[in-house]
Design a protein around this ligand. Structure first.
Ligand code: PEP
Length: 257
């Protein structure tokens, strides 16, 4: 059975005092059920890089995992403003979001760059959460599958079969991110099924069955159950709704079947 992954992407929000309060709020809501929840789901928060030390401290003793929103593919060097895998790992970061649509579209990250980050994360035994998704125009033009499967193939270039299942894939239709327009569970299932099909073709049934494919795009405490109870939707990447302890806790408690 694949464990679900419920991940909060805080984007560029919060200062340390707010971040600590949010973690405390989430823990207050879910710590007492942590053992039960942990049986079938992982919970993760991905704060802005500068908040990682404060959040790591606030998470001490909790089963909530710590993620980063981005990282550089080199370990060190003249890369002003960047953070590397060893720096993140020093604070207990285990997961890194790679290729988020905001990184692709605002910061012009290419599939090639994203692929380097995926490979670097795997090299450091971190879990890359590789985001793929089509824009509104691509969606309207019936090109969603082509776009998503192309990003997937290029994002996973050079990833050995044994490592494919370490990667979590996040299907995030760009038209659904931050817009309040969630893909329907049926729409998402079609794409998730196709992603799993591509993994199957690439490295066989066992690995295709093991890889986690999560959905992101305006997930909230009302839409989450119908999405993550679908067989091919292995969790959620949550932006806006992860910034409030009660709504994120409700999402964490989603009905998963
Ligand atoms: C995201 O940032 O990955 C995301 C899905 O944002 P939102 O939930 O706000 O649409």
């Amino acid at each position: 059975m694949r464990k679900k992954l419920i991940a909060g992407n805080w984007k560029m929000h919060l200062v340390p005092v707010e971040a600590r309060a949010l973690v405390e709020g989430i823990r207050h809501e879910i710590d007492r059920d942590a053992a039960t929840l942990a049986k079938d789901r992982d919970v993760l928060v991905a704060p802005p890089g500068i908040l990682i030390p404060a959040v790591a401290q606030a998470l001490a003793g909790s089963s909530i995992l710590l993620g980063a929103q981005n990282m550089h593919y080199e370990d060190k060097g003249a890369f002003t403003g960047e953070l590397s895998a060893p720096m993140l790992q020093a604070y207990g970061v285990t997961h890194v979001i790679v290729g988020h649509s905001e990184r692709r579209h605002i910061f012009h990250e290419t599939d090639e760059l994203i692929n380097r980050k995926v490979l670097a994360a795997l090299h450091h035994r971190m879990t890359p959460i590789l985001c793929v998704g089509e824009t509104q125009d691509e969606h309207d033009g019936g090109r969603a599958l082509d776009i998503v499967l192309g990003q997937l193939q290029r994002g996973l270039k050079g990833v050995g079969d044994d490592h494919v299942t370490t990667v979590a894939i996040a299907y995030e239709p760009v038209w659904a991110i931050g817009t309040g327009r969630t893909a329907t569970p049926e729409q998402a299932e079609v794409i998730h099924g196709a992603i799993r099909g591509a993994i199957l073709e690439r490295c066989g049934r066992e690995r295709a069955d093991a890889v986690r494919i999560i959905y992101g795009g305006s997930v909230n405490d009302e839409s989450v159950d119908s999405l993550v109870s679908r067989p091919d939707i292995d969790g959620a990447l949550v932006g806006g709704a992860s910034l409030k302890a009660d709504s994120f806790a409700r999402i964490v408690r989603a009905r998963t079947r």
